[in-house]
Design a protein around this ligand. Structure first.
Ligand code: RRO
Length: 287
């Protein structure tokens, strides 16, 4: 969220710097406690705290020295806000791409756009017209094949460059039996689940969209990646890159060097010399 955090991503082994999702105006976000580590992941209801989109534009030249792409995540609270943010930031050369977040589960009174197919169609139709930069979409998890198919049809109709699957699994509830309380404060304790809890759901979403999307739409896998072996599983399902949320929150930027090392060692153990040998090559049980 802050320039210090973005700078430390620049200095880390991550291959991209991705900002916190931004809105038109700065936001404090929801009251604390709003994030909690759990035995197998995390729950959060941050509520989109961010410094306002202009700051993420101003940071772009400061991050240039790291020689890695800087992606700005955009989560305007309305279509008009998304248009304003993306058109204003499109002139900034040091921004490599936008990730349009259609799936924040934690803003009170704002349903996730990605669960409303008509709204998604409208947002993409308008937003794609106003930028020449690569634009990807962060999707919520889907659970029904009919929904995967409907969303894929919409995405295939637009010149998007990538999808990131998945955002946190919205509105879980983690409670502590001793205190008889929820572990986070906003929304009566309901929040987005991340980490190990969501990995099978994330793999399913990557796999389904790999089957259904145009091959020029890259898939960024996200949801429970904590080891090189996890990253390999996402590659098998069809992901071209990995995004790390909970493990980054828990371990800081050192997670990227460890993941890279473990992933390379895993590929070597398998005797793989290129990612294309593995990407999307998941086997199924046929007899
Ligand atoms: O800030 C958040 O509450 C938040 C966002 Br924008 C998001 O996309 N996903 C999430 O789990 N939390």
């Amino acid at each position: 969220m802050t320039i210090d955090e973005l700078t430390s991503l620049g200095e880390s082994q991550s291959s991209v710097i991705l900002s916190k999702s931004c809105t038109l105006l700065p936001r404090e976000g929801n009251p604390e406690p709003r994030y909690c580590d759990l035995p197998h992941g995390s729950i959060n209801s941050m509520g989109l705290p961010n410094l306002g989109y202009q700051k993420y534009g101003e940071f772009a030249p400061l991050l240039k020295k790291y020689n890695k792409p800087y992606f700005v995540s955009v989560s305007g609270l309305s279509l008009a806000d998304n248009i304003k943010i993306i058109s204003d930031l499109s002139d900034i050369q040091e921004i490599a791409a936008f990730e349009l977040n259609l799936s924040c589960p934690n803003v009170i009174g704002k349903p996730q756009v990605g669960y409303d197919f008509n709204q998604t169609r409208q947002v993409l139709g308008e937003v794609m017209r106003i930028t020449k930069k690569p634009l990807g979409v962060k999707l919520p998890p889907y659970f029904d094949f009919a929904h995967f198919e409907e969303m894929a049809k919409i995405l295939n109709n637009h010149k998007i460059s990538f999808v990131s699957c998945i955002n946190s699994l919205g509105n879980g509830l983690f409670i502590d039996a001793d205190s008889e309380k929820a572990v986070i404060k906003p929304k009566g304790g309901f929040g987005g689940l991340g980490g190990e809890y969501v990995k099978p759901t994330a793999l399913a979403n990557v796999r389904k969209f790999y089957e259904l999307l145009r091959k020029d739409i890259a898939i960024i896998g996200v949801g429970g990646i904590a080891t090189g072996r996890d990253a390999f599983e996402f590659l098998l399902c069809g992901a071209s890159a990995a995004q790390v949320g909970t493990a980054y929150q828990q371990q800081g930027t050192a997670v990227f060097a460890r993941l890279e090392k473990e992933f390379a060692a895993f590929l070597e153990k398998k005797g793989c010399h290129s990612l294309d040998e593995v990407k999307g090559k998941l086997k199924t049980i046929n007899n």
